[in-house]
Design a protein around this ligand. Structure first.
Ligand code: ING
Length: 311
C-alpha cells in the first residue's frame, strides 16, 4: 500500500503591517478550503506566516517588537485556524514568532509547528540559522534583524512520526545549509517542511540578486536529492512593505525534481501527491548512509594541514 501524502504548499502574498491577525486568518483558512477541494492531507505555510516580516525594521521598544509574537499557540486569534483544519481533517505546518517563558525570562523564537488532522501539535521547531545582523545598519535599503529579535534555540533539528511517515521541519535560511537536511535525514526524515521570507535583494551581496530564485530552487533540490527525501518550501512572496520578496514555492521529490511549483507572487496553492516510499529508491542505493558514508573522515583531521588552516 503506497504511503501517499497529498501536500499543499500554501504560498502567501504580502502581509503588510496594517493587516491584522484576523485578516491573515481569512487568507490562511481560504488556503485550507482550497486544499481540501484539491484532496490535500497536509498544508504547509511560510515562515512567520501571521505577520509582516518585521525584522526588516529597526525597533527598540520591546512592546512594539513583542506585538509581532504569539504568547500561546493556538491563541485567541489562531484558534479558528486550528478549528477549521480539524473540521476539514487537514494537518498543517505553520511558521510564527514565538514568545516563550524560559529560565525566568521571555525567549523569542522564529518557530514552526506541525499539527495533526485532529488539531494536536505533534512537534515544534525553532530556527537555528538566524541570518542578518543585530544592530542597526543604516547603509542597507532595509534591515534584516533576525539576530536582534530572535534567540538561537537550545535544541536543533528533530523529526516526528506523522501522516504515515517521518517528517522534519526547518525555516528559511536553514535551507541554505546542507547540514540541515543531513541531520534530519540521519534521523530518518522522509519529508522536510519549510517556509521562507526571502527578499530579492541581499544588501551584503547585491550581485546575487538575479540568482535569488535559482539559489532558492538549487538548495532545496540538492537537499532533497542528497538526502533522499521530499522537501516542501513555501514563500511569503511579493512586494511586502516596499520590499520585493521571492516566490518560488515548490515541492521537491527525493529525485531532486520539482514536481509542483507556484507561478505567482501572491496567495497560491501548489499541490502534489507525494509517495513517501519514493525515498527508498535513493536511500537504499546512492545515498545508503550506512553503506557509503565515511563519517570518520569528515571531522577536522589535525594531521592534515589544509590550504586554509581552520579559523
Ligand atoms: N531570509 C533569507 C533567506 O535565507 C537571506 C535571508 C537572503 C540570506 C538571501 C542569504 C541570501 O532566505 C530569511 N528569513 O532567512
Amino acid at each position: 500500500m503506497p504511503r501517499i501524502v497529498t501536500v499543499g504548499a500554501a504560498q502567501m502574498g504580502p502581509i503588510d503591517r496594517k493587516h491584522s491577525r484576523a485578516d491573515v486568518m481569512e487568507r490562511l483558512i481560504a488556503h485550507l478550503r482550497e486544499a481540501k477541494r484539491m484532496g490535500c492531507d497536509l498544508v504547509v505555510y511560510p515562515e512567520l506566516t501571521l505577520t509582516t516580516f518585521f525584522p526588516r525594521w529597526y525597533m527598540t521598544d520591546q512592546r512594539e517588537i513583542d506585538s509581532f509574537f504569539e504568547r500561546e499557540m493556538p491563541g485567541p486569534e489562531t484558534a479558528k485556524l486550528f478549528a477549521e483544519a480539524k473540521r476539514l481533517g487537514l494537518g498543517f505546518c505553520l511558521g510564527y514568532a514565538e514568545l516563550a517563558p524560559e529560565d525566568g525570562r521571555m525567549a523569542h523564537y522564529n518557530a514552526s509547528i506541525l499539527v495533526d488532522r485532529d488539531g494536536r501539535i505533534l512537534g515544534k521547531y525553532r530556527k537555528v540559522h538566524l541570518p542578518g545582523h543585530a544592530e542597526h545598519e543604516p547603509w542597507r535599503r532595509f534591515q534584516h534583524l533576525e539576530k536582534r529579535y530572535f534567540d538561537v534555540p537550545k535544541e536543533g533539528f528533530g523529526v516526528w512520526r506523522a501522516f504515515g511517515g517521518v517528517f522534519g521541519m526547518c525555516i528559511c535560511n536553514d535551507r541554505r545549509w546542507p547540514e540541515t537536511y543531513r541531520v534530519m535525514a540521519l534521523q530518518g526524515a522522509e519529508m522536510i517542511l519549510l517556509g521562507y521570507n526571502t527578499p530579492v535583494h541581499n544588501p551584503p551581496a547585491p550581485d546575487h540578486d538575479d540568482l535569488a530564485l535559482y539559489h532558492n530552487r538549487l538548495v532545496m533540490q540538492a537537499g532533497a536529492y542528497q538526502n533522499a527525501c521530499w522537501v516542501v518550501g513555501v514563500a511569503k512572496a511579493g512586494p511586502e512593505e516596499g520590499v520585493p520578496m521571492i516566490g518560488g514555492s515548490q515541492i521537491v521529490a527525493p529525485s531532486g525534481v520539482t514536481v509542483a511549483a507556484t507561478r505567482s507572487d501572491g496567495d497560491e496553492l501548489a499541490v502534489a501527491a507525494c509517495d513517501l516510499d519514493a525515498c527508498a529508491s535513493y536511500r537504499n542505493t546512492t545515498f545508503n548512509f550506512g553503506l557509503h558514508r565515511q563519517p570518520q573522515h569528515y571531522g577536522l583531521i589535525a594531521s592534515r594541514k589544509g590550504i586554509v588552516p581552520p579559523s
